[in-house]
Design a protein around this ligand. Sequence first.
Ligand code: HEC
Length: 248
Amino acid sequence: MKKHILIILLAIFPATSFAAGVGVHLDAAPIDINDKDSIKRGAKNFVDYCFSCHSAKFMRFNRIAKDTGMDEDELREMMIFTRDKKGEATKTGDLMTVAMTDEYAKSAFGTAVPDLTLTARARGADWLYTYLRTFYVDENRPTGMNNLAFPDVAMPNVLMNLQGVNKAVYADDGHGGNKIEGLEKIQPGSMTTEEFDAFTADLVNFMVYLAEPVQAERRSMGWKVLLFLAIFFVFAYLLKKEYWKDVH
Ligand code: HEC
């Protein structure tokens, strides 16, 4: 019986159950899946900064263009440096694969680079938003960087030029050890904190779109169905009263 309740709870609160597994405080991602301009900017950020290593191989370029209202020129400009598995320039209808092989990634980073199409679903938007903003200096790591949301991550901090460099601030954990209390900027990047947060929010918004491209449509459809049922209920009730009026 207990098991059944647990399964039902997990089904109802999938996002919460994931978040609970992470020991770090997650910042709420300020995203809006109906904001197509934000998704469009995020797609550009993704191609510029992530797509050299990470694929999004279940998505096609031209679908993003269609869903965000990007015209042909904007799409070509976004894709201009992208290459497919054979190293050839990609076409607008291609899937978003990358030229990097798992063997190369393993020799460079010690691990394969995961595909990011569905990551927003597995990790949640808040986790992504926190992860991308919480790299900090750690001399003991091969990349010189560690991460609050993903301890000992193998990914280099690719957004460092934009964000700047952060170091960890430690506090006594009350058991004779140290715990990280927060991060402090020790070197500025090309963006202010607000600009960088907005850049990251667009990127996360795009990744949430990637993981479920029809989400915005599905939600608005849900409200329409509920509205229909509400109106239909009135008529059904009146009809029921009419049918039963001689019986009561
Ligand atoms: C230089 C190559 C490289 C670039 C560029 C890069 N990453 Fe990564 N990324 C990695 C590697 C390698 C891992 C695997 C880390 C591990 O398992 O420790 C990773 C892991 C991740 C993960 C964790 C996935 C998971 O669920 O375990 C996310 C999320 C991610 N990257 C997002 C991004 C985003 C967003 C960008 C663009 C801003 C980006 N990465 C750019 C190499 C890269």
